[in-house]
Design a protein around this ligand. Sequence first.
Ligand SMILES: *Cc1c(COP(=O)(O)O)cnc(C)c1O
Length: 391
Amino acid sequence: MSLSERVSTLTPSSTLAITAKAKELKAQGFDVVGLGAGEPDFNTPEHIIEAAIKSMHEGQTKYTPAEGILPLREAICQKLLEDNQLKYTPKQIIVCSGAKHALYNIFQVIINPGDEVIIPTPYWVSYPEQVKLAGGHPVYVEGKEENGFKVTPEQIQQAVTSKTKAIIINSPSNPTGSIYDKAELEALAEVCLKNDLFILSDEIYEKLIYGDAEHVSIASLSSELYERTFVVNGMSKPYSMTGWRIGYAAGPEKYIRAMVDLSSHSTSNPTSIAQYGALAALVGTQEPLEMMKKEFAQRRDVTLALLNELPGVSCLEPKGAFYLFPNVSEAVKNSSYSTTDEWVAALLEEEKVALVPGSGFGAPDNIRISYATSLDVLKEGVKRIERFLKK
Ligand SMILES: *Cc1c(COP(=O)(O)O)cnc(C)c1O
């Protein structure tokens, strides 16, 4: 007996692996500084929790349509119109068990064996695995650090072959926090149109943007782009609802309908009560989001300054999301470790600081530090990194 070929090359999520190791050390009684988290540290806002409880008392505890309840899809249409100038009907929306599941479903309905999907690096860890699970091949294009971790249209054009089916754009980015501005998106869009590519636009961090950066959805730039783009978004990051598992995709009806059919035979529907919570998140007060954002902005500024004082460490200013992605290649070179992975493992072992090595994101010179944790923890973390560097 053996595993299917489909799962034989699956690699476990590097972000979850580090979290598991840190938990293990904590359980052994060590004082671990956790900078690996990929989720906001705030609890879900109270009015969202209340809405979910109310829905349970009102009997909304049964199956829902596979694509999600109509009021939620209507609220999503309204959100996309107001925030992104995108006009969709509820038939073009599917609510999934997280944005991750929405992305998974998209790959399942557009990819044939051998199709290629362009993934700019550094990338979110699940993209390549999801492409492979659909029988496709990830093709990596390097978002160079000197270009703010962003790819250029020339690079994309060079990577295109007759098998290229789609490209992923994740702006603001996990892990780098970079944001493509309108002009950059227009230039990339030209290449996508010329080569007839689908665009998967993962916009889950759109609300977590600092300074004067702005979020633009590539789908809003023209009707030709609208017709080939899947806009993916969700509740996890803006509303601190990671455990609720609600995300969504908007796109051309034909493909969304196929995703609904796929869901109907796998997950049936996203959790009913979580959908009512998500509805309250979208239509209710946005004040908790603003508070969370303010807090993230302050943590980003303080930690960024501290990191850039460390010898052998340099960090670009992230414009969005809640991660810092410093380059530690000099620090690693000056240490007794030969790779960033080893350096990160030693940092956890010796100073009990848990963070994620960049290799899992396709950027082996960098590390990811999450600032979805308190300022005290962040300061303590940097202090320990400094001590580690001086050893
Ligand atoms: C967290 C995250 C997701 C998935 O979020 P869900 O919890 O599945 O909604 C998708 N893309 C990126 C870039 C993320 O960081």
